[in-house]
Write a protein that binds this ligand. Structure first.
Ligand SMILES: *[C@@H]1O[C@H](CO)[C@@H](O)[C@H](O)[C@H]1NC(C)=O
Ligand SMILES: *[C@@H]1O[C@H](CO)[C@@H](O)[C@H](O)[C@H]1NC(C)=O
Ligand SMILES: *[C@@H]1O[C@H](CO)[C@@H](O)[C@H](O)[C@H]1NC(C)=O
Length: 917
């Protein structure tokens, strides 16, 4: 709004025109200033921002939000540029870009400023000041903001600065490299100022600006690597991620003019390095492209590992310096010392005096390719690439001919500052890996290499015995870097392979693990238990390992759809005999994908407990079961919604001569009597190999049992084990069971009828059948069946008959008391009784039974295990129980939990390790 006073308004109008003219001129000088910036282009320093932008090769990095969007499959994930513009178009006065080394922050800022200067965007700002914190470090003494802007931005016309200072809201400050700033931003350590003409120290001016006391209303964009200085800054945070695969692809296409070469280079990088975070860095992409290009031009092989890449980079850099061998060694040794110094020093840089002490005097003209020189006085040096800083530390460690402080000490010292130091040491410890470097530097110190190898061997031996997953993965990473099959076989001994657990892997871990397993040629067990989210990429990397593992454990894991495709293809070509997907919440859709791989595989056992499957999968499962090459003999489908319809479909497969199913676990699968018809037909068909069926927790009912009993008498039925635990049975099914058990064709050796209301009458019929000479029954479960003393008496007589094969009898939770169980003690003591396991949990036993029980244990030649939970034995019985267990070498276990013991007898019970209480 114009002021009411017309004179004033005229003045204002003139002012506006004036500033516009001045500032238009300023924009040109800002642009010239940027374009003239004189940093050198190096292999390690990234492509120069100006060259990227002027050559139209700029690709905006992505923000962390973009990564999430990408995961959710959204197209066009938001770029860093969008994020900055969105933030600045609102009321926001402060935007903070946080991202790791080389993630593209600096280039994005230069692009921002150039775009403004060219009039492309952000025209609401009359002026943009662009600072680098590291340049502010060297400004000493007191000066005013006005002087700072005039001196620092010498391209800003002197007459415009005072005008700008009066209109802060028209000004945008862009600050880069906060992490390199030596001073504190903590407002409490400065006396903040507000007058732009008042002199103060530079740290005070900067703090006053960023905390809004100076130039209140101005807008700020600050970029930094993660640093503690951030805690003092408020504003919109934008997390800079860098390049994901699509941006890398665009970058490679821009770098290599030939699309075929670009594709070859990108594919190679994604395969060998794509799993390292550092690939998200545009700067790193530049280094990789440059090295690949020079290798390709020379017809050389591209590097397979990170260590090989760094060897190639160092060789390339040394060759470009054209030093003699001895000088090259000295340079690498000096760089190694500097690397260590910078890691251990918080500011990660070094003065000229320190440089001299490391032996850099003769190299000051060569170091630019490795180091960045900061400040006007050229006296602060820092590494252009942290990755190479680590590699130089490793290389110089092995190059050094002096006695070493020891590998462990050296690693310990740099712990927390380095990421890949041990990777590189492992890589360099192998002759094949270090050869190119030795060709230009001469031989490395063999004593130190021997030291490293013995440290690696002893530390891995220890690591593989323990179960710290991260340390085990680290060991695999080091093996991957060394690229030596014989080393893998030496370190991962057969005994080490058993205990290894791999749950929750990073992509990087998958690559290393697959490498190690592939070197071993075969793996007994690949344990991926509890993997929170096995992604498509991870599974793809694991295919080689999966396909040569005898057993794959993915229980308790969550497996993405893409991963299931790869799992299926690993199985279908592989050696895997057992796959455990229990509790993986797989679901029908993913299971159907898996089935494609199951038709032609070596799988013998498939565990699908609680996989959220429904009857819909049975149509897909049937062809798997009947495939001519199917080996599947054990199928665990417990706790899925299979239902009668689904089960009927599966039963049809049992008629096929190709179906090799022997064990089928269908507990809690929503089955009823209706599906017993088809099961019966299948088991009598003469083709079915089915031996064992678990039907626990289904509403089978008496009618269902009746149906199945008919097939048990069929001469072609091979069923040996049936489990009807909690299947809603009553005494009414017992006549049918009796009839079946009396049949000479019945081959049942295991029958569990627990938790059904059989009652005395029903149970007595069973006893009658069990006493048939030749009855093969070995294991009988009658827990909580409302049994009475009369039944126990009959069971006792069966056990003593001399024809019974019963080895396991489970009759707990039947309230028969001491008197009832006494019949069983008599049986146990009898020489004809073969019982090995007796369960009389919660039968109402008291101390009064102990004498008979102990006598029975002593007399028995077969009894191994006695279940006595939830009875009312007390302290007085303990000496006798302990004594009998100690005297009876056959007894493997006595469970006395939930009896009525006081703490006073715990010590005594502890004396006997076969007693549980
Ligand atoms: C010294 O460098 C040359 C190439 O400059 C190389 O051919 C030679 O093998 C090197 N000698 C040693 C001992 O490394
Ligand atoms: C698992 O990862 C995929 C792909 O990265 C993602 O789409 C999915 O949401 C993740 N699931 C969970 C439970 O984290
Ligand atoms: C046995 O006793 C424990 C502890 O009192 C109890 O939690 C458990 O439910 C009992 N078992 C049975 C089958 O009742």
């Amino acid at each position: 709004m114009l002021p009411a006073d017309s004179q004033l308004s005229e003045l204002y109008y003139i002012f506006c025109i004036l500033t516009t003219v001045i500032f238009t001129m300023d924009k040109g000088s800002v642009l010239t200033h940027i374009l003239k910036s004189n940093d050198m282009s190096t292999l390690l320093g990234g492509e120069l921002p100006v060259s990227v932008i002027s050559n139209n090769k700029y690709i905006s990095p992505l923000t962390a939000e973009a990564q999430a969007a990408d995961r959710n499959g959204e197209e066009d994930p938001p770029s860093l540029d969008c994020a900055i513009h969105t933030a600045l178009s609102g009321e926001i006065k402060s935007v903070i870009l946080v991202g790791p080394e080389g993630s593209g922050k600096t280039t994005a800022l230069v692009k921002l400023v150039m775009g403004w200067a060219k009039g492309e965007h952000l025209q609401k700002f009359s002026y943009v000041f662009h600072f680098r914190f590291r340049e502010l470090n060297s400004l000493d003494g007191a000066l005013s903001l006005e002087t700072l802007l005039l001196h620092h931005h010498s391209h800003a016309p002197p007459e415009s600065v005072p005008l700008l200072l009066q209109k802060p809201e028209d000004v945008l400050f862009v600050f880069d490299d906060l992490d390199r700033y030596k001073h504190s931003l903590d407002p409490s350590v400065h006396t903040l100022c507000s007058d732009p003409t008042q002199a103060a120290s530079v740290p005070c001016l900067v703090a006053s600006l960023l905390h809004g006391s100076l130039m209140k209303g101005a807008t700020f964009v600050v970029a930094t690597r993660p640093t503690s200085g951030l805690e003092f800054l408020s504003g919109t945070r934008v997390e800079v991620l860098g390049f994901l695969k699509p941006q890398r692809e665009a970058y490679f296409n821009g770098f290599f003019t030939d699309p075929a070469v670009a594709k070859k280079a990108l594919t190679h990088m994604e395969r060998t390095l794509g799993f390292y975070d550092v690939c998200a860095s545009p700067k790193f992409c530049w280094t990789v492209c440059s090295v690949y290009k020079s290798l390709m031009d020379a017809g050389a092989k591209l590097p397979e590992t990170l260590s090989q890449l760094c060897v190639d980079i160092l060789v390339h850099l040394i060759q470009t310096l054209s030093l003699n061998n001895a000088s090259s060694r000295d340079l690498v040794l000096a760089l190694g010392k500097l690397a260590s110094h910078c890691f251990l020093d918080q500011h990660s840089s070094c003065t000229k005096e320190e440089m001299d002490s490391f032996g850099f005097q003769q190299f000051l003209n060569s170091v630019g390719v490795f180091l960045h020189v900061e400040g006007d006085q050229s006296d602060v040096f820092s590494f252009r690439s942290q990755l190479m800083q680590e590699f130089l530390l490793a290389a110089s460690f092995f190059l050094d001919k002096s006695p070493s402080e020891g590998v462990e000490k050296m690693l310990e010292k740099h712990k927390g500052c380095v990421k890949f130091l041990d990777f590189f040491m492992s890589g360099l410890s192998e002759p094949l890996q270090r050869r190119p470097l030795e060709n230009v530097l001469g031989e490395l110190n063999s004593d130190r290499i021997v030291d490293f190898k013995s440290w690696f061997k002893s530390s891995s031996e220890k690591t593989l015995k323990e179960c710290y997953k991260e340390r085990q993965h680290r060991c695999f990473h080091l093996l991957h870097q060394a690229q030596s099959e014989s080393l893998v076989k030496e370190i991962i001994t057969p005994s080490a392979r058993v205990g290894i657990s791999y749950g929750d892997l990073s992509l990087q871990d998958c690559v290393a693990l697959s490498y190690v397993v592939t070197c071993l040629g075969e793996m007994e067990q690949l344990n991926l238990y509890g993997t929170k989210n096995l992604t498509e990429e991870q599974a793809e990397r694991l295919i080689p390992a999966m396909s040569i593992s005898q057993k794959i454990i993915l229980s308790g894991s969550s497996v993405s759809t893409g991963a299931v495709h790869h799992l299926a293809s690993a199985l279908s070509r592989g050696l895997t005999k057992e796959l455990d997907l229990s509790n993986s919440r797989l679901g029908d859709e993913k299971f159907k994908i898996l089935c494609a791989g199951l038709r032609d595989c070596k799988l013998h056992t498939l565990k699908l407990l609680m996989c959220r499957l429904t009857e819909g999968i049975c149509e897909d499962l049937a062809p798997v079961l009947t495939s001519a090459t199917s080996q599947l003999s054990v199928l665990d489908m417990r706790s899925n919604q299979i239902g009668d319809q689904g089960f009927t479909t599966m039963c049809k497969a049992l008629h096929s001569p190709h179906c090799k199913l022997q064990e089928l676990m269908l507990q809690n699968c929503e089955l009823t009597a209706a599906s017993m018809e088809t099961l019966s037909a299948a088991v009598c068909s003469g083709q079915s190999q089915l031996r064992k069926v678990g039907l626990t927790h289904n509403v089978i009912g008496d009618r269902g049992v009746e149906t199945l009993c008919k097939s048990l008498q069929h001469p072609l039925c091979k069923l040996q084990s049936l489990n009807f635990f909690d299947s809603e049975l009553t005494g009414a099914c017992c006549p049918h069971l009796m009839e079946a058990l009396m049949s000479e064709h019945c081959s049942l050796t295991e029958l569990d009828l627990s938790v059904n209301d059989l009652g005395q009458e029903g149970a007595l019929l069973l006893c009658q059948a069990l006493s048939r000479p030749g009855c093969p029954m070995e294991k009988l479960g009658l827990k909580r069946c409302k049994l009475t003393e009369a039944v126990f008496k009959e069971l006792s007589s069966v056990l003593r008959s001399g024809t019974s094969q019963l080895k396991s009898l489970i009759v707990g939770i039947n309230a028969v008391g001491d008197q009832g169980v006494k019949h069983l003690w008599d049986a146990v003591a009898h020489p004809n009784c073969l019982l090995e396991e007796l369960d009389v949990e919660m039968t109402g036993l008291t101390d009064a039974c102990v004498e008979d029980m102990c006598a029975a244990i002593r007399a028995s030649k077969t009894l191994k295990s006695l279940e006595l939970r939830n009875n009312t034995l007390t302290d007085v019985s303990v000496p006798a129980l302990v004594e009998v267990m100690q005297d009876s070498p056959n007894m493997k276990e006595m469970n006395l939990k939930y009896n009525e013991f006081s703490e006073e007898v715990f010590d005594m019970l502890d004396e006997c390790d076969t007693i549980r209480y």
